[in-house]
Ligand binder design. Structure first.
Ligand SMILES: Nc1ncnc2c1ncn2[C@@H]1O[C@H](COP(=O)(O)OP(=O)(O)OP(=O)(O)O)[C@@H](O)[C@H]1O
Length: 300
């Protein structure tokens, strides 16, 4: 578990990025911090691994104040995946993945073996191991970034808009990959996004932020969708524009299926009509489940 207690951050130039922020981030779940540009998401995330130190307040991991943990040691124990993969251009894929294990004294052979295993985990062919980042697609580079984040088998994985620079189809694939990985690995994931659909898809807990890291609403996606706390949230999730208010149109698609339209009349999907082949509402809002692993050290 990660806990922010009354955290504020003022940068040296006087910018108040985060003001009196408190939040509990439960272990082994995905918490998505979502908000518009400049709302303090990255600052909050970087305070967890001490890339940024708070001006006041504290952050605890499993009850231990991170200010008492040496920053380099802390950073090496927490996975970090960033927007443009952050790969070292002159190192091969395998070497990029193995960077932190090598720094912590793992032998070259063992680190490479682990890197190859992690390539399997994130769905990358091992034949790409000796390529350089520029010889990979954007989606493959992001997968390498995720593998690198997992290389030290961290309990906590920080993901800062990791898929915002890839095209929508690849983004969909990578998001599904995160859900698959999470069902298997059950990490404590803090995911930063400005995309509410991504937040609703991935988040067990979604935290909607306004400027200054002010929490406007937090909860499960279904709670936020069902009851937006105020006009800001309604606008942010598109509820005010009817994006979330769906109706079954009279247009019949295949078989008994009907077209689903939003309040503007735009088609958003297909649904089986009551009594049709597909039962409506037969899946829970989150069909994914987080396994309850107990074989990891610590609880974060
Ligand atoms: N090193 C810095 N020095 C001064 N101000 C900073 C610094 N880093 C961030 N800020 C400011 O702090 C505020 C929050 O920035 P932050 O990057 O945390 O927001 P964000 O929500 O992650 O934004 P984005 O979605 O654009 O990445 C912004 O006003 C930003 O300009």
């Amino acid at each position: 578990m990660i806990e922010f207690r009354g955290v504020s951050k003022t940068y040296p130039d006087g910018t108040l990025a985060v003001a009196d922020f408190s939040l509990v981030i439960p272990a082994r779940q995905i918490t998505v911090l979502v908000g518009s540009s400049g709302s303090g998401k990255t600052t909050l995330m970087r305070m967890i691994n001490r890339m940024v130190d708070p001006s006041s307040g504290s952050i605890e991991i499993d009850g231990q104040d991170v200010s008492g943990i040496e920053p380099v040691k802390l950073r090496r124990s927490i996975g970090y995946v960033m927007q443009n993969s952050g790969l070292l251009p002159h190192r091969t894929v395998a070497d990029n993945i193995a960077t932190v294990p090598r720094l912590t004294g793992v032998s070259k052979a063992a680190a490479r073996a682990r890197a190859l295993e992690l390539m399997d985990v994130v769905g990358l062919q091992r034949s790409l191991a000796d390529r350089y980042p520029h010889q990979l697609s954007g989606g493959q580079q992001q997968r390498v970034g995720v593998a690198r984040g997992l290389a030290v088998d961290p309990n906590i994985l920080l993901m800062d808009e990791p898929f915002s620079a890839v095209d929508p189809i690849v983004r969909d694939e990578l998001q599904q990959e995160v859900l698959r990985l999470q069902a298997e690995l059950a990490k404590t994931i803090v995911f930063v996004s400005h995309d509410i659909d991504e937040a609703f898809l991935l988040g067990d807990q979604v935290v909607v932020l306004e400027q200054g890291g002010r929490i406007v609403q937090q909860g499960a996606p279904e709670q936020i969708l069902a009851n937006p706390a105020n006009d800001f949230v309604a606008s942010f999730i598109g509820a005010d524009r009817g994006k979330r208010r769906l109706t079954v149109s009279d247009t019949v698609a295949q078989g008994d299926d009907r077209l689903l339209v939003d309040a503007g009349g735009y088609p958003v999907g297909v649904i089986a009509a009551p009594g049709g082949k597909l039962a409506i509402g037969n899946a829970s809002p989150k069909s994914r489940s987080v396994s309850n692993k107990t074989d990891q050290a610590g609880d974060a």
